[in-house]
Structures are given as C-alpha cells and as structure tokens.
Design a protein around this ligand. Structure first.
Ligand SMILES: [Mg+2]
Length: 235
C-alpha cells in the first residue's frame, strides 16, 4: 500500500468584513461610525473611566499609533486560557479587564486598528469574546492566533533570539497594508503584553510597548499618561 504524504491543509480564508469599505474610505470616521456608543450596557466601573479612556486613545492617535496589538491571555483577559478554554465565551468575557472594555471602543473610534496577537488556537472563542466586549466594531479587530489561518513570514527576533509575537504582528501589519495600502511600522505599532520576552522582542523591533503586569497600577498610570482615575479593580 502506498504511503502518500498527507495533503497540506489549506489555510482558512481571510476574513473580509463588510464594514471595511467605509473604514478604508475614511479610516478615522469609518472606524468611529462602526463603533456605536454602548455606555448604557457598560458597568459603572467602566463608565467611570470613559473620559480618561477617550483621552488616552486621543493621545495614542496624536502620537501616531496606527496599530494596537494586544496579547489575549493575562492581558486582555485577566486569566490564562492555556488555549483550552471550555467554559464558553460568556464566562470568558467576564474576565475581560474593565480597562480594555473602556479603552478598546475609544481606540477604534480614533481610527487606530486593533489586533489580538496570541499563541492560543481558540480564535473563534476570542472573536466571540471581542464581539461581546466591543459590539459591532469588534468585527474590525484583526485576530492572529495559532489557528493555521495565516502564513508566518520572517520576523526579526529580540536580543535573546526571542521571536515573541513578532510573526503575529508582521502578519497583522500585512493585513493593514492589504486593507489600507500602507503598512504600519516601528513606533506606529504598540504591543500590550504581560510577557517580558514578547515585550523585549517588540522593543527590539522599534515598536512601542506597554508591559502590563498585575498589581502595577501605579506604573500603568504612568504609561497611560498619568491617568488618575485608573483604579486597581480596572486591571
Ligand atoms: Mg499573555
């Protein structure tokens, strides 16, 4: 019997959402229109940070940030799913840090593209979680996880040879270029991550970094431009 090699699994088709044409025509207005106000559904904790999160997002836009790359486990959510979360999206959504529940819609309203960059293969679960967190605008968030849906290209490693999220970020930048005709680079990309190696690799590639550590609210306040309203329960 012939022992033929298995046919390679074709990559999943890239998502192309219907909101993108309006966003491409006018990135800032398009993204802003796509993200409807959801204040009525927000908790009082999230609402208490609304003005500050808008100011932080405006500051990012003014500093030329075009892509906010967000780690998922222990960053966007306060738990680690180990890529094996089986309790459903609603339960996982309960672990989204209120800080990002407040900040993400404002970042999108500023025309900054958001990408989730993660080693988790559970990207459908993550998209479901984003939809429950952000609403309609979540469909514009690029997700790069270890799900076989995108091709890894050469990405520079950090000083210790650590590749971190650089391949994920490079693919997200390719997607922004494909959609908008211009590739973000260097400090136009900011990585938010709890992992020191991922942060080091991003910094070595000239990206902005925001190292999120539990219990470091004072440090976070500094990184967010002296935001006073950031309370420990937001993170
Ligand atoms: Mg993490």
């Amino acid at each position: 019997m012939l022992n033929l090699p298995a046919a390679p699994t074709p990559p999943k088709p890239q998502q192309q959402h219907s909101l993108w044409p309006a966003v491409l025509a006018s990135p800032r207005a398009g993204l802003a229109a796509a993200v409807a106000p959801r204040r009525a559904q927000d908790s009082s904790l999230v609402r208490s940070f609304a003005a500050d999160s808008a100011a932080v997002a405006q500051s990012m836009q003014a500093r030329g940030v075009r892509l906010l790359a967000l780690d998922f486990d222990q960053t966007l959510v306060s738990v680690h799913t180990r890529g094996m979360w089986d309790a459903g999206a609603a339960d996982l959504c309960g672990h989204v840090r209120p800080l990002f529940r407040a900040l993400l819609p404002e970042v999108l309203r500023q025309g900054i593209v958001v990408a989730v960059v993660t080693f988790s293969p559970q990207t459908d679960l993550i998209r479901d979680c984003l939809a429950r967190t952000v609403g309609d605008g979540a469909e514009l968030i690029i997700v790069r996880g270890d799900d076989g849906s995108w091709q890894r290209t050469a990405a520079a490693a950090g000083p210790d040879g650590e590749l971190g999220k650089q391949a994920h970020i490079a693919s997200a930048c390719d997607e922004v270029q494909r959609l908008s005709g211009r590739r973000p680079s260097g400090p136009e990309v900011v990585l938010v991550d709890d992992d020191e190696d991922n942060i080091g690799a991003a910094r070595a590639n000239g990206h902005g970094v925001w190292h999120l550590r539990d219990g470091s609210v004072a440090e976070l306040r500094g990184q967010l431009g002296g935001v006073a309203a950031l309370r420990p329960e937001m993170t």
